[in-house]
Design a protein around this ligand. Structure first.
Ligand code: CP
Length: 312
């Protein structure tokens, strides 16, 4: 593996999930692979799980780790070609990427969607800018449109918890007071399309995800109907895609409850707003897989870093 920007960089999802589960049983078995190798993590946005799990995975592999909260501490980056930089930007992505490449062997980037301009967000200028000008492999720790490390952790979690060969998986929109990006939902849909599963997406009208990503998926606007006989229920908020970045409404009837969940396993990437997205009883109950998902973030990124280290 040369880079990990999206799930398309994976040769075989089932094989990678199997390898990650094996790695989990013996996390230090490849600790010589990263000796004298450094990973640099650049965060343009906040994080708990991604930051700590990536650091832990790199340490398991014997790597050294550099971390910078670029969004708060770095120079404001310019992305335009030929720009006369006499306004607010201080450093061009060309210099930033080339310089950071001198300090590390792998570069990991987190840069969320701004949700102000669909075209800008879909251009993925931070992730693609570093990919274009860096001379080391680049890993996506959540970009404007994708969170592939989360989707890989979710695939590992479902593989470990499924009780039938073809489970029913439901992705359910939930209310939220703030406008949130589409990255987690996009990557979850892309990952499920690589699985043997019955899959239904449910949300209120107006919250349709990018149709290029959901193409071929069943969309059911009646949440109760979608949840019938579900084995896994993945809950996530996202803002409108067609009315880009807008919160159309916060219908609390869409919050996930124990009653609605039935016998299904509950999944969410975290962080989650209790009693807005999902009620306490679900998160505190035995059907919640959220802590397992967070634990599997370590092994999703560790298997990716291992594959990249092997290709250096
Ligand atoms: N799920 C996830 O990416 O969590 P953080 O935003 O805390 O990293």
């Amino acid at each position: 593996m040369k880079h990990f920007l999206s799930l398309n960089d994976i040769d075989s999802l089932p094989n990678l999930v199997e390898d990650a589960i094996a790695l989990k049983k013996s996390p230090y078995q490849f600790d010589a692979l990263g000796k004298n190798k450094t990973i640099c993590l650049l965060f343009f946005n906040n994080s708990l799980r991604t930051r700590l799990s990536t650091q832990k995975a790199a340490l398991h592999l014997g790597m050294q780790v550099l971390i910078m909260n670029f969004g708060k501490e770095g120079w404001t980056l310019e992305f335009g070609d030929g720009t006369v930089m006499n306004h607010s930007t201080s450093e061009h992505i060309k210099e930033a990427a080339r310089v950071v490449s001198q300090y590390c062997d792998i570069l990991a980037i987190r840069a969320f969607a701004g949700l102000q301009n669909k075209k800008t967000d879909e251009a993925e200028e931070v992730l693609r800018g570093f990919r274009k000008y860096a001379s080391v492999p680049v890993v996506n720790m959540e970009s404007s449109t994708a969170h592939p490390l989360q989707a890989l952790a979710d695939a590992i979690t479902m593989e470990e918890n499924k009780t039938k060969a073809k489970p029913k998986i439901v992705l359910s929109w939930a209310p939220h007071p703030k406008a949130l990006p589409h990255a987690v939902a996009n990557s979850f849909v892309s990952m499920i399309k690589m699985q043997h599963a019955e899959f239904v997406i449910t949300h209120p009208k107006g919250y349709e995800l990018n149709p290029e990503i959901t193409h071929g998926c069943q969309i059911e606007y009646d949440q109760a109907k979608a949840l019938e006989q579900a084995d896994f229920v993945y809950v996530k908020n996202w803002s409108s895609y067609s009315n880009y970045g807008k919160v159309l409404h916060q219908d609390s009837n869409w919050m996930m409850t124990q009653e609605k969940l039935g016998k299904a396993k509950f999944m969410h990437c975290l962080p989650v707003r209790r009693n807005v997205v999902v009620e306490d009883a679900v998160l505190d109950g035995p059907q919640s897989l959220t802590t397992e998902q967070a634990n599997n973030r370590t092994f999703s990124v560790q298997i990716v870093l291992k594959k990249i280290l092997e290709s250096l």
